[in-house]
Design a protein around this ligand. Sequence first.
Ligand code: PLP
Length: 412
Amino acid sequence: MNSLRQFTRRKALQSLAVPPSQGFSTIRLWQRHFNSTPAVASRLAGIDPSKLTVTKTSSPKELTPAKDLVFGKTFTDHMLAIEWSASNGWDAPRIVPYQNLSLDPSACVFHYAFECFEGMKAYKDNNGQIRLFRPDKNMERLNKSSSRIALPTVDGEALTQLVGELVKLDSRFIPSARGYSLYLRPTMIGTQSTLGVGPPGSALLFVIASPVGPYYPTGFKAISLEATDYAVRAWPGGVGDKKLGANYAPCIVPQLSAASRGFQQNLWLFGEEEYVTEVGTMNLFIALKNKETGQKELVTAPLDGTILEGVTRDSVLGLARERLAPNGWTVSERKIRMSEVAEAADEGRLIEVFGSGTAAIVSPVRNISYKGKMVDCGLKEDEEAGEIASQMKNWIEGIQYGDEDHKWSYVL
Ligand SMILES: *Cc1c(COP(=O)(O)O)cnc(C)c1O
C-alpha cells in the first residue's frame, strides 16, 4: 500500500487545491505511469488558456524604487501555476498571489534534480504597451529541456498567452525607463513524492516575475575572464545545452575560484583542442581578422552540445548576417581554439570579444587569462565596449522596446 500511496497526487500550492479527480484509480495511474511515453502523454489534456482562473492578491506590494532594483531579489504580486499529472495532463492554469510552495520532502525535484527553467523579459515601450522578445524561442527551448528530463512539454503559444496575462496583471511593476524590464522565470519541477528513480508522475509549471534595472546602469563595463581548463561545464552528448538547474550549481565553485583571482567569469574551454565554448551564463562572440585574407569575421561556437542555445546568440547571428555581412563581415558558427584567439591578439588581429545573454544583451570582454598570460581583447584603455557590441545592443534594444517594428517583438 505504501508503495502505491506514493503516486497519490499532492498539491504543491495549497491554495490551488482542487477536488480529487473522479473515478481515480491508483492502480491505473500506476500502470499508466510506468507505461507512459511522451506520445501517450501528448494525448492528455494540453494547457488551456480559456480555463485560466485569477485570484488577485489582497495585499499588493509596495514598488521598489527603480534605482534600487537588484536582479532577482523582488517579485511581483502574482505568479502563474499549472499542475500536471501523468493521468490527467495539464490542469486548469491559475494566476494566484505570489506564495510559497508546499512540497513533500520526498518530492523528486529535491533528490534527482527534476527541474528546468527559462529566462525571458517583458518590456514597456514608449506607448506604454508591453512586449515580449521572441517568446517562441524560449518555449521551444523549455520543451527541449523538460523533455530531456522526463517532464512534460507545453503548447508554447498557450503558455506565452498565459505569461502575457500575468505580465499584464502585474504591469505596474515594470518601470517605463529604457533599460528596465520585467524578468520572467518559467520553471518546471517534478513534484512526485518518491525516492524511486523514475519519470515524475506529477509536475508543476510556474512563472514568477522580477522587475529589473539596466545591467550596466552607468554604461558598459568590460569584464575579465579566466579561461578554465581544469573543469568542464558541458560536453557533446551531455545536457549542458539544456537549461536544467542541475547544470548551474557545479559552476559556482570554479566561479568563486576565478573571482578570487580577480576574474568576473569563467570562459569554459572544451577538450584537448581547448575550444572556446561559452562564458558563465552567456554565449561568446569573437570578432577577428583572418590571418591570410584580412577579412573580418564574427565567430561563435556551434551548437554541438557544449553550449546553451541562447536566444540572444541567435539574434546576434541573425542581425550580423543581415546587417554586418553586407559590409564585408563573415559570420561563422564554428569551433575556435583558445590558442587561435590568443594568436589573433598577439598579431593585432583580435577586434573585440563580447558575451551575449538576456540579462545584459551584450557584455564586452577586456581580457582573458590563459595559461598564465593575459590575452588582450582589443579595447582601448578608456573604452568599455567595441563597435560591434555597441551596435548589437542598440539594434536588439531597439527591437525589444519597439523603436523598430520587427517580427521578433511580441506585443501583448
Ligand atoms: C540562458 C543561458 C545563456 C543565454 O541565453 P539567452 O537565451 O540569450 O538568455 C547562455 N549560456 C547559458 C549557460 C545559459 O544558461
